[in-house]
Design a binder for this molecule. Sequence first.
Ligand code: NDP
Ligand code: ZN
Length: 357
Amino acid sequence: MKGYAMLKIGEAGWIEKPDPVCGPNDAILKPLAVAACTSDVHTLWEGAIGERHNMILGHECCAEVVSCGSEVHDFKPGDRVLVPAITPDWNSLAAQSGYAMHSGEMLGGWKFSNYKDGVMAELFHVNDADGNLAHLPKGMDPVTATMLSDMVPTGFHGAELCNIQYGDEVLVIGIGPVGLMAVAAAALGGASRIIVVGGKREVCTAAAKKYGATDFISYHDGDFADKTLELTNGRGVDRVIIAGGNGDTFISAIKALRPGGAIGNVNYLGSGDYIKLPRVEWGVGMGHKAINGGLMPGGRLRLEKLARLITYGRLDVTPLCTHVLEGWEALPQALQLMKDKPRDLIKAIVRLEGHRI
Ligand code: NDP
Ligand code: ZN
């Protein structure tokens, strides 16, 4: 089979590989639509997970089942399915402890284009098919469905990690697709005011407003913590979701947070060895300002529930799908778009259904 692969850090290309092999609990699928992700950019061009040779890229897709193992009960060839970016081993001790995303080892549920080939291929493999896949809801476009692989669950996990309560004032740092879904999650979860920190991409600012942002701060205009404190009369916010920035972002996040509050980080820290915390603003170690960072949990139940938000009209992901390309040859362009981030881009998605490689 053919796939679009990371040849080495900074270099990608088409390669041929043997078809993936299906174990008894697994499924082999072919993608119907694939989305490129900022994480692919970190992996391919920044070497954030280290060197990889000839590893097929991609972890966001909607797909059709080609074959299933003998122990798979709920899926059969021809089924159209949602595929999560994180595919844990559900029969693991990590899963029993409630942290399936770390099955095998820390971050072990992140398999696609990390420990094994990803989804930008004619065929790809999914472990634990019954636990990881979900049926594509009737009438849902596969392009739309790709947002359920990673952007929706990750943004919503950011909101879970900081435990939003009704009426909370929430700060969302970063309003790319993940941050936008965090804004949507905060609004659905009962936040009163949602202050967002973004850059110069107006398409993102406009989408943030649509999803419920009430105030906008540019991170180009000085420390966003000062602006947040100004906006909240010096109180700070109850919750912070970090979906953009870098290690230093935690300094401002802690400053902007009031005691008893929590930070939910889903941002991928692709460089640097340490994260600094401001000693005094962290209550000299006693400020009850919690920091939770998490990999998106993955799994079928979560996918089904999040898909229902779309089905019943609570969540519209179409504003994320700004660049929809057609056909296999567009995959490199989609990745390049996510790297270049033109001002009108939120996500680049490639429709593969009906196209030949
Ligand atoms: P984007 O690059 O599209 O968005 C990042 C946002 O952060 C943009 O609004 C950007 O502004 C803003 N930003 C950039 N620099 C700063 C800064 N110094 N301070 C504050 N804001 C800043 O990324 P995505 O939305 O696609 O993804 C967000 C992060 O989530 C990525 O790191 C990604 O790898 C990670 N991720 C994590 C997952 C998980 O399971 N935890 C899963 C999937 C993704 P501008 O408009 O200027 O670019
Ligand atoms: Zn992703």
